[in-house]
Design a protein around this ligand. Structure first.
Ligand SMILES: Nc1ncnc2c1ncn2[C@@H]1O[C@H](COP(=O)(O)OP(=O)(O)OP(=O)(O)O)[C@@H](O)[C@H]1O
Ligand SMILES: [Mg+2]
Length: 244
């Protein structure tokens, strides 16, 4: 399970996360919604181990192991995967090389090119990504929607225990949204955990979360089931911030 307790995080002297707590059990999908600037991406980056953020209080345990002191690669080896709101473009390393390197590092195995292609192929088909994308530099020149689909491809190839998806739906056309939804549903099983950061309830038509949380000003102010996302669409976040 993923256990985030009383997480307080500052960046350049400004407190962004203010005692954020959340428990995600295996088999659960938790959606996090909330206004711009609430700290959702900061939470994702702190989970990934971004060095820029200072954790001043709290803990993050993955299956009982405190991960705050671990570097991003060690966290990935424990089964944590992150899909970023703005995926990085990396020139000089192909999408395929990136997947192969990450796969062997995370699973601590040597894998040859042929075996890696065998793993990737069915997933390419599922995600409706052309084979030629494997040979292109990582995310370089990919359209916004292509980057997001590529992130889900990475998730399916690397097969982590816990995935944090930051606005994976932003910029997706209607078909891509469905494909991403199917990819995430295919990944999900009784021992996986997902934190889904999103602004729109439309993604939740494809991926049904067990819980929806509203994050305002660095902490969760309201939690509920999938119906909460629909209510928020009607009433906005105003009432949530006032209920603090
Ligand atoms: N490196 C930084 N330096 C200064 N302020 C930062 C930095 N990173 C984040 N912040 C601030 O932290 C706050 C939270 O940002 P964050 O990106 O986590 O919000 P968010 O909830 O993901 O918003 P959005 O819905 O727009 O993606 C914002 O006010 C942002 O300006
Ligand atoms: Mg964000």
């Amino acid at each position: 399970m993923l256990e985030i307790k009383e997480l307080t995080v500052t960046v350049e002297g400004k407190t962004i996360l203010k005692g954020f707590s959340l428990i995600v059990l295996p088999g659960e999908i938790h959606a996090i919604m909330g206004p711009n600037g609430a700290g959702k991406s900061t939470l994702a980056k702190v989970l990934a181990g971004h060095p820029f953020y200072e954790v001043v209080k709290g803990s993050i345990k993955l299956n009982g192991i405190e991960i705050l002191e671990l570097d991003p690669e060690e966290r990935a080896k424990l089964g944590l995967f992150m899909s970023f709101q703005y995926p990085l473009e990396i020139r000089g390393i192909s999408n395929f090389e990136f997947l192969k390197h990450s796969y062997s590092a995370i699973h601590n195995v040597k894998i040859c090119e042929e075996e890696m292609r065998e793993i990737i192929h069915p997933i390419l088909e599922k995600m409706k990504i052309k084979e030629s994308f494997l040979e292109r530099d990582l995310n370089d020149g990919f359209s916004g929607g292509e980057k997001k689909r590529n992130e889900i491809l990475q998730m399916l190839v690397l097969n982590p225990k816990c995935a944090v998806l930051d606005e994976t739906d932003s910029g997706l056309d209607i078909d891509a949204l469905r494909i991403v939804g199917e990819g995430v549903n295919h990944f999900m099983s009784k021992d996986k955990m997902i934190i889904l950061i999103t602004h729109y309830q439309r993604l939740l038509n494809h991926i049904r979360p067990h819980f929806v949380h509203v994050m305002v000003d660095g902490r969760i102010v309201e939690s509920g089931g999938p119906e909460l996302a629909l209510q928020l669409e009607e009433r906005g976040y105003e009432a949530c911030s006032k209920s603090e």
